[in-house]
Ligand binder design. Structure first.
Ligand code: E4P
Length: 218
């Protein structure tokens, strides 16, 4: 399973990249705003800075909700760097834009997926990635991981090549269960990725090894 980090924070992206397990980055307009990035020039410079840090795909979201606007924005974003994946919301014109970019060989990530039907539509339109938001479904007492399972079955039934990008991941158990289900990618915060390495018995065991070594060498 590929690990993407879900942030526009350059320091966190660098930290995840330095860990050696990062396969890509996802951003969205809220994450860009959180970093204080605004205005076309700054937004473009920020995407370029992200692409300079990571080796994998970088999702950059369009703001337009009409077909023409999505195409204009998406083509400009795709020209910035070959790592850029055009992120498109699941709306009617978005489906048309997915097909347009797919036909042109430009990678896409269909975002704001909350149902298996939406994921099926995005795959038929040729999306490279589909992003079901599992955390936001859990937030409203709906089974986010269950949606990943359903999409996995549908895509495997028909051999769709669209990759399931489990998004809105909140904690390490989300990551582990996504891996068990067979999500192709997960995107989450650095804290969830780093939480995977923690176990109290590891800390206790290491402290004992070091103490025994120090005693033997004193
Ligand atoms: C997906 O690509 C989104 O950026 C993201 O995962 C949303 O996560 P949130 O629900 O934590 O905002």
């Amino acid at each position: 399973m590929k690990f993407f980090i879900d942030t526009a924070n350059l320091a966190q992206i660098k930290e995840a990249q330095d860990l050696g397990v990062l396969d890509g980055v996802t951003t969205n307009p809220s994450l860009m705003a959180k970093e204080g990035i605004s205005g076309d020039t700054n937004v473009i410079a920020h995407y370029k800075a992200i692409c300079d840090i990571v080796e994998g795909d970088v999702s950059a979201e369009v703001i337009s909700t009409d077909f023409k606007g999505m195409v204009r924005e998406g083509e400009a974003l795709a020209e910035l760097d070959e790592k850029i994946v055009v992120k498109i919301p699941m709306v009617k014109d978005g489906v048309k834009a997915l097909k347009y970019f797919s036909d042109k060989g430009i990678k896409t990530n269909c975002t704001l997926i909350f149902s298996a039907g939406q994921a099926l539509l995005a795959a038929k339109a040729g999306a490279t990635y589909v992003s079901p938001f599992i955390g936001r479904l859990d937030d409203i007492s709906t089974d986010g991981l269950g949606l990943i399972e359903n999409i996995r079955v549908i895509y495997d039934n028909y051999g769709f090549e669209t990759e399931i990008l489990a998004a809105s991941v909140r904690h390490p158990m989300h990551i582990i269960e996504c891996a068990q289900i067979g999500a192709d990618v997960m995107t989450g915060p650095l804290s969830a990725i780093e939480a995977l390495l923690k176990h109290p018995l590891t800390d206790i065991g290491l402290a004992k090894f070091l103490a025994d070594h120090a005693k033997a060498n004193s």
